[in-house]
Design a protein around this ligand. Structure first.
Ligand SMILES: Nc1ncnc2c1ncn2[C@@H]1O[C@H](COP(=O)(O)OP(=O)(O)O)[C@@H](O)[C@H]1O
Ligand SMILES: [Mg+2]
Length: 268
């Protein structure tokens, strides 16, 4: 079952935006996705209308109080399910050490509660490589790395590649990964140069679909919506749809779609 960590230790590259729109695409296509907000900034929880008042109601309740993950699941505005975050989640990085117990806790929790059974799980990571992000990568069987098409992004992306390669040795298995270029502005010559460099760095692991820098994607969070609901005919919606389809046909979500109900028979 696909458990996907959306990770890059650089901030502002489109992790939360990509998590939101992939979850929305999965839900629209008849999958039954579960999002986990593992960023103490709780942007995803905020955008999708699942902000909680106390840390105990967030995924922090799982780490601190050993609450079952299932008890923490909320409905997002759009109907799909999410385990929200809270600012206090940042304490996980200092409170519980860095040993295998805390790093494996989320993986074990997902497996014990069989949350990874028939539904894809997508984890929005925070922009640093600490206990939280490592827990997400340990819990995931695939990593999706959004990389923005700007000058500093290349160094950051190469660092992610190095980190994932090092983690493979710790985990004892390959970490399947895909890189996706976000915030692409085709009017800039630099964007095309960066694209070529990413192609040579990541080869087949670089998604062919790219996400353009668009007003619709930038504005959709203001209306607490994914880009498909906010601007269904926009370039941004088309880009995220194409990314979803590319990943789906490559088996990245690893699940068969939930059968849609038979259409109601109309009797005369
Ligand atoms: N393709 C895009 N076009 C326009 N704005 C974008 C795009 N992707 C992300 N943004 C905006 O950039 C900011 C950072 O994106 P975000 O997804 O929060 O990054 P991260 O989670 O990696 O920190 C947000 O304000 C978001 O709305
Ligand atoms: Mg984010």
């Amino acid at each position: 079952m696909a458990r996907i960590a959306v990770f890059n230790q650089k901030g502002g590259v489109g992790k939360t935006t990509t998590t939101l729109n992939l979850i929305a695409a999965l839900a629209r296509e008849g999958f039954d996705p579960l999002a986990i907000d593992l960023d103490p900034q709780a942007h995803l929880s905020q955008i999708c209308g699942a902000r909680v008042n106390t840390a105990a109601e967030s995924v922090y309740g799982f780490f601190r109080d050993s609450r079952p993950l299932m008890d923490l699941v909320r409905n997002a505005n759009a109907g799909w399910e999410v385990i929200p975050s809270h600012l206090e989640l940042s304490k996980v990085d200092t409170q519980f050490g860095k040993g295998p117990n805390v790093l494996n806790r989320l993986r074990i929790g997902l497996e014990r509660e069989q949350l990874n059974g028939v539904r894809p799980v997508v984890i929005d990571c925070c922009p640093m490589l600490g206990v939280l992000s490592l827990s997400a990568i340990f819990a995931a069987d695939r990593v999706l790395v959004p990389v923005s098409a700007d000058f500093l992004a290349e160094t950051g992306a190469l660092q992610v590649e190095k980190t994932l390669n090092a983690l493979q040795r710790v985990l004892g298995h390959p970490v399947q990964r895909r890189y996706v270029i976000t915030r692409f502005d085709g009017r800039r010559k630099m964007s095309w140069e960066i694209l070529e460099r990413f192609k040579s760095h990541f080869g087949a692991n670089l998604c062919e679909s790219r996400i353009s820098e668009t007003v619709a994607i930038a504005e959709s969070p203001f209306s607490s919506q994914d880009v498909f609901a906010h601007a269904p005919n926009s370039r941004g919606a088309a880009d995220y749809r194409a990314l979803f389809e590319e990943l789906d046909s490559a088996g990245f979500f690893g699940v068969r779609r939930v059968a849609l109900p038979e259409p109601a028979v109309a009797y005369a």
